[in-house]
Design a protein around this ligand. Structure first.
Ligand SMILES: NC(=O)C1=CN([C@@H]2O[C@H](COP(=O)(O)OP(=O)(O)OC[C@H]3O[C@@H](n4cnc5c(N)ncnc54)[C@H](O)[C@@H]3O)[C@@H](O)[C@H]2O)C=CC1
Ligand SMILES: O=C(O)C1=N[C@H](C(=O)O)C[C@H](O)C1
Length: 254
């Protein structure tokens, strides 16, 4: 069974989505997935106005960068893969209109993340630096390994493409959070270059052996597919702040 299918069978109508960051790398994949999705439909592409002109010469239906309340209110949820400032703009709008929100954008400051926690009292929010199901399982695996290798030293290495803006990656920060329940002060090494989609490795370093658990992305498809399925699931549950594990209903590792 595909993820989200069970929950969707309880909904009579398609899940309608706005997409902030429509013209970006993630946006391009998400709109392709939504174009052929059985239960979810893109109703409001949100992009910068300059990008509209580049992507669609002539009359353009893509909305400009300001949060257009009318546009967002036509959807059940806003999916956001953009920039933190843009995220906050749409989050405020979604909270005011009581529309759900998937925040995939990384690099939010503490104050922005804490606003999301407050907004989650009014609406359902999925906030995840990595919407891939594979990476969600990888995180669970690392949390489990951290307990097994509690006496070892931990470290994280992440590698991303040269255009990534935030350092360290949101996934690396989330991984640190997973393993820090066992050990504090875990350092993250970041590398930027080429077209690397996104690789993360967690090192468990003992006196005479090293265990490395690694995840490599070969394309962005798994981020985008997971995000769309998570948006569908989010529309079937109540208010609150969720992570991927929560939305997918995965119990914690043994
Ligand atoms: N959660 C996840 O699984 C993943 C998260 N990301 C994160 O998603 C974000 C976007 O990543 P990419 O698509 O690679 O970046 P990108 O730079 O290709 O796309 C971002 C897009 O947002 C647009 N944008 C900026 N301000 C806007 C506004 N006010 N209104 C509408 N659009 C606006 C930009 O013009 C750009 O087209 C980054 O923070 C990245 O770290 C990326 C991959 C996976
Ligand atoms: O910007 C990216 O590309 C990615 N960002 C996310 C992050 O910061 O962890 C997820 C993925 O690694 C790709």
């Amino acid at each position: 069974m595909r993820l989200g299918q069970a929950q969707h069978s309880q909904r009579a109508q398609d899940v309608l989505l706005s997409l902030a960051g429509y013209a970006g790398r993630m946006g391009a994949l998400i709109r392709t997935i939504l174009g052929r999705h059985q239960h979810a439909k893109l109703v409001a592409p949100l992009a910068m106005s300059g990008e509209c002109r580049r992507m669609a010469p002539g009359p353009c239906s893509i909305r400009a960068c300001h949060a257009d309340a009318r546009t967002i209110s036509a959807s059940d949820a806003v999916m956001d893969f953009s920039r933190p400032r843009c995220t906050m703009l749409y989050l405020r709008c979604a909270a005011a209109l009581r529309r759900r929100m998937v925040i995939g954008t990384t690099g939010l400051c503490q104050c922005e993340a804490s606003y999301a926690r407050t907004a989650a009292q009014r609406i359902g929010i999925l906030m995840s630096a990595n919407t891939s199901v594979g990476v969600t399982l990888f995180r669970m695996l690392c949390a489990y390994a951290a307990r097994l290798y509690a006496g070892y030293d931990f470290g994280i290495v992440e590698v991303h493409h040269r255009n990534k803006r935030d350092v360290p990656s949101g996934t690396a920060i989330a991984l640190r959070h997973c393993v820090e329940s066992t050990q504090h002060g875990v350092s993250i090494c970041s590398l930027r270059g080429g077209g690397v989609v996104g690789d993360h490795a967690v090192f468990f370093m003992g006196d005479s052996d090293v265990v490395v658990i690694e995840h490599r992305s070969t394309t962005r498809l798994h981020f985008a597919t997971g995000a769309v399925e998570a948006a569908v699931l989010l529309c079937a549950i109540g208010n609150g702040l969720y992570d991927m594990q929560g939305v997918l209903g995965l119990s914690t590792a043994p």
